[in-house]
Design a protein around this ligand. Structure first.
Ligand code: GLA
Length: 354
């Protein structure tokens, strides 16, 4: 536990911390909106993290403070989600109680530098950190994959976002400098070291969004409808030709999902072969598909991705749930500094996340 945050916890709550956990954010290199469609995705972790410190407070309420937000949230242990930043903490504590790890109210301090509303899994990281801290407080044993599934249940059932399993698995299992090839059906994973000399740069576009705003869910429902119409369990495994007969926009959504899955499998091969040109090409195709067929981008983000490539990136694309947030670009490390300066010069609203 970092001593500083422990000291701050004691100063705020006048009690000794019982447990803590630190979890990174993630950036998805390729494979968007295919984790709930039976696809294989390829995220990596960021050097940005969130830390959660907690201790039981012998009351029926959780007291939660985030150093990123002013003020404290005081909420009864059984309260439903309300749209407040503390929903992730509330849902994770409810899950920890369900698992028999905790009872009653907790004091919680959250601190971190993963930007929210940016498509880099600040929410999955927060929920995972609370669950890990609660697990450690209970001295319980639960493997990381099962913990990731529990974290997803918090998003799906408590917060109400019908997300897939990518984010929770990525923040729980991937390491820095490693990409995690994750089969979202079998949950099999393969860790692939990112080759020396490659740099994935995550830039915030300046456009924020919330996964809870309904647009992510709208795409989820369209994919569900397309899979139903094509009579497949997983849309990723449907035939491209059959899907073209669907009415619009379902045919376009299905085309994105089916081709994105193929691109991701190709990108995994390219990564293993250290073929940066091919990896970059697939990222660019992915962006075109995500923006066009999946209609999940914004004009500012399209321009940012296009300029990233025009200025020397091998590939650049919108990453995460869509409708705002970050781009991820593949740049050769020896060119990264000059490239970044030129790109930020053209896009003053964008900023470097990692
Ligand atoms: C969000 C969701 C993930 C995934 C991505 C899009 O991050 O939480 O499950 O669907 O969007 O690829």
């Amino acid at each position: 536990m970092s001593a500083d945050i422990e000291i701050r916890f004691e100063a705020i709550y006048a009690r000794v911390p019982a447990a803590s956990a630190t979890v990174p954010g993630r950036v998805n290199l390729i494979g968007e909106h295919i984790d709930y469609n039976g696809g294989t995705v390829l995220p990596t972790t960021l050097d940005k993290t969130v830390t959660v410190v907690l201790a039981p407070n012998d009351s029926g309420s959780h007291k939660m403070r985030s150093e990123g937000y002013d003020g404290e949230s005081l909420r009864a242990v059984n309260e439903p989600a309300s749209g407040d930043w503390s929903d992730g903490v509330m849902g994770a504590l409810a899950k920890a109680a369900e698992l028999g790890w905790i009872r009653g109210g907790f004091d919680v301090l959250v601190s971190g530098n993963i930007p929210g509303g940016a498509g880099v899994s600040s929410s999955a990281a927060l929920i995972t950190a609370v669950l890990r801290a609660a697990r450690s407080h209970a001295g319980a044993v639960l493997d990381e994959k099962t913990l990731a599934l529990k974290a997803r249940e918090v998003e799906n059932d408590y917060i109400g976002v019908p997300c897939g399993i990518m984010d929770q698995m990525a923040v729980g299992l991937a390491g820095l400098g490693e990409a995690l090839a994750l089969d979202t059906v079998s949950l099999e994973t393969e860790v692939i070291t990112i080759p020396d000399g490659w740099r994935f740069v995550t830039l915030h576009s300046g456009v924020s969004r919330k996964l809870t705003d309904g647009r992510y869910e709208a795409r989820f429902i369209e994919c569900e409808r397309a899979a139903e119409a094509l009579e497949v369990t997983h849309l990723c495994h449907a035939g491209l030709e059959e899907s073209s007969a669907l009415p619009d926009p379902l045919s376009a959504r299905a085309r994105h999902v089916i081709t994105e899955h193929q691109r991701t499998l190709g990108a995994i091969k390219a990564l293993k072969a250290a073929d940066s040109a091919e990896f970059g090409r697939l990222m660019n195709e992915s962006h075109v598909s995500y923006s066009g067929d999946f209609d999940a981008s914004k004009p500012e983000i399209d321009t940012l991705a296009r300029d990233a490539v025009a200025l020397g990136a091998l590939g650049s694309r919108l990453t995460g749930g869509g409708f705002g947030g970050c781009t991820v670009s593949l740049v050769m490390a020896d060119k990264a500094d000059g490239w970044l300066e030129a790109l930020l010069g053209r896009h003053p609203n964008a900023w470097l996340v990692s």
